[in-house]
Design a protein around this ligand. Structure first.
Ligand code: SF4
Length: 236
């Protein structure tokens, strides 16, 4: 199912991974210029809020993670401000609380990148590393950033489970792997074995304040997704 652009798989050999890393880094440059609209917004915010991160947000990871949590893009006052995925906004409050409960993080989450929290057997990234206006990246921006997502996967062959936070992250991840979205419809609580990889993708509604305030996602519903992930990745 993979195309030439998705020759990076979780089953790649070390030599393939090393070759790819020579070509494609896992992290974009801090001044990545690939998406003009996002660069414009970044510059505006750098002028307006010079103390904020205002740059591509790097992946947050434990060594040799089994779980990859994928969001769509940084939130303005969350990761774009603090520089750590899902840190500083409501979505992070629920995500890190739940990851701590299920043993995928250790420490105390204090919504700051220097709070000492560490991930355990997990990593968190965004499909689009820069803040998009209205939290909505364009298809071209998603495509521009896809090589970093694929390189991150390739560099972490230990990943066996992917948690897609929201339908757009789900669709973006499938597209990145060149898999047909129609074959893997998004549904909260669904688990999809992804052919051509050793990955199972778990779907959840996004843990945003809007979804929790409206009751679309309750803490119990979010926990039940993590229960499924924990069955797939038992505690060592
Ligand atoms: S979204 Fe990705 S590709 Fe686009 S400017 Fe940011 S880091 Fe570069």
């Amino acid at each position: 199912m993979m195309t030439k652009t998705t020759t990076i798989t979780n089953t790649s050999t070390n030599s393939t991974a090393a070759d790819m890393h020579d070509i494609q880094p896992t992290e974009p440059p801090v001044d990545c210029q690939a998406c003009a609209r996002l660069v414009d917004l970044r510059r505006q915010l750098q002028d307006q809020f010079p103390d904020w991160h205002n740059a591509p947000v790097p992946t947050f990871t434990a060594p040799e993670p089994s779980l990859l949590v994928v969001g769509l893009a940084p939130g303005m006052k969350g990761a774009n401000c603090t520089g750590r995925p899902f840190t500083g906004d409501y979505a992070g409050d629920l995500l890190y609380k739940t990851m701590l409960e299920f043993g995928f993080a250790e420490g105390v989450y204090q919504a700051r990148p220097d709070d000492g929290l560490v991930l355990k057997d997990a990593m968190i990234t965004n499909a689009v590393r820069c803040l998009p206006p209205q939290n909505k990246p364009t298809g071209e921006e998603i495509k521009n950033c896809r090589p970093y997502l694929l390189a991150t996967l390739d560099a972490n062959p230990s990943v066996r489970a992917v948690l897609a936070l929201g339908r757009i992250a789900h669709d973006t991840f499938l597209t990145a792997l060149n898999l047909r979205k129609a074959l893997f419809p998004f549904a909260h609580g669904a688990a999809h074995k992804l052919p051509g990889t050793n990955l199972t993708m778990f779907d959840s509604y996004h843990c945003s304040r809007y979804n929790t305030n409206t009751g679309r996602l309750t803490e119990d519903m979010f926990r039940s997704v993590f229960n499924g992930i924990r069955e797939h990745i038992p505690h060592e």
